[in-house]
Design a binder for this molecule. Sequence first.
Ligand code: HEM
Length: 443
Amino acid sequence: MSLENVTETYQQEVPPHAPRATPVHAFAPPVDLTDPTVFSSNGGYTHDAFAAMRENAPVMWHPEQNAAGFWAVTSYDLVKKVEVDPATFSSQRGGILMTYGLPDQPRHPLLHASSLNSLINLDRPYHTPLRMEHMHFFRPGFVAELRKRVDVQVTELLDAMEKQGPVVDMVEMFSAELPLFTLCEILGVPAADRPKLVHWMHFLETSQYQAQQEGLGNVTPEQIMAFMTEIQAMFDYGRYILAERRREPKEDLLSAIANVEIDGKPLSPEFLDGSWLLIVFAGNDTTRNSLSGTMRLLTEFADQKEKLMANPDLFPNFVHEAIRMVTPVTYMRRTATQDTELGGQPIAEGEKVVMYYPAANRDPAKFINPHRFDIERENAKEHLSFGNGPHVCLGQRVANMQLEAAYRQILGRFPKVRCTGEQTIAPNNFVHAISSLMVDLGT
Ligand code: HEM
């Protein structure tokens, strides 16, 4: 197998079926984890359902309407066990998203191919060299330099918020803006082209949101045409800029991606598309939701906000604890490469295993009083929001840095800031998607 065809197996459609081994715990799913609306009702919290699963069946069989079904893993220890054993639990064999391999999925071919053909869906031997090529842009020295530019951008965004305030939508004015700025800085997208990227990301999210709200059957031909045109333009831009960087490399991640060689060959167009888009997709709404979710925590746990403002040395641990509590990514999927066992549950080769990070991060066996936001929690840093093992989030330092840079200035400037209680959570079972959050700056 070569890098060109590793993802072909993802296309296989597997009809619904029962697991080969009888579930050890006879416990039916309390909610349908494939239904995106489960994650948008009740303030986006599914902690009761996850607690019931963890207590009754930490490895639970979850049937699917159109696909094979999967094992849902909800305890901290077992999620970690899956993460650190890629030889048994593969990212490459079926891909990390539940939607891969589903029949009848309306999808844009380029968008689909680029989402498949990327680092996050690879195992050894391809994963390691490709990841190494990215490393320089995520090391402490690079991130410290980046922080200076992020600090300036935070000030500008807060200036605009103050001007419009006192009540503003934090998502629109801050959380959606800062991560895209940071990603453009890492990738090396020229300043003049950034509005295009911002436009495409907003467009993608809005059309996805509209399709979910209105139902795919109600999308008009004009909307489909607009979608096709925008997506094509985004890919054309990526291919153009990567070709430029092959011709004339610079000190940026786009140049690194453009010039990677695996097995002595440059990346195929599909992997080039997938590589730069993975950074944008992986670093964008994850960081956005951690920024917004943290504001909710500071409002709900006002005593912790006071403690933080009184002792800024607590900022680094506050960031870990906030990312534990928010858990921006809901799941990652793996596929068993051989017959195996997890927490006493036999799992057959080819069966899917889905790790639920919000459940692992609120496991009382790991985190005492797990629903309490405690900025002095000793083991906050051990959260699994960034995953673990060989695929552990490449951008975690960048994410932590943005959260710290943002809140140092937000709390310094607007000590009375708080959420008004008005928010919108988009239906999404992959990321916790806060699409609007009204905030009173207290000015
Ligand atoms: C709070 C923000 C973020 C969260 C919660 C998050 C979460 C995750 C998770 C759960 C994974 C998969 C880990 C696994 O399978 O074990 C991942 C992988 C990844 N993340 Fe992040 N992420 C965040 C921010 C970022 C940022 C800012 C970037 C880029 C600048 C980024 C780039 C990546 C990449 C490239 C991967 C794939 C790594 C690989 O497969 O080797 N992430 N992230």
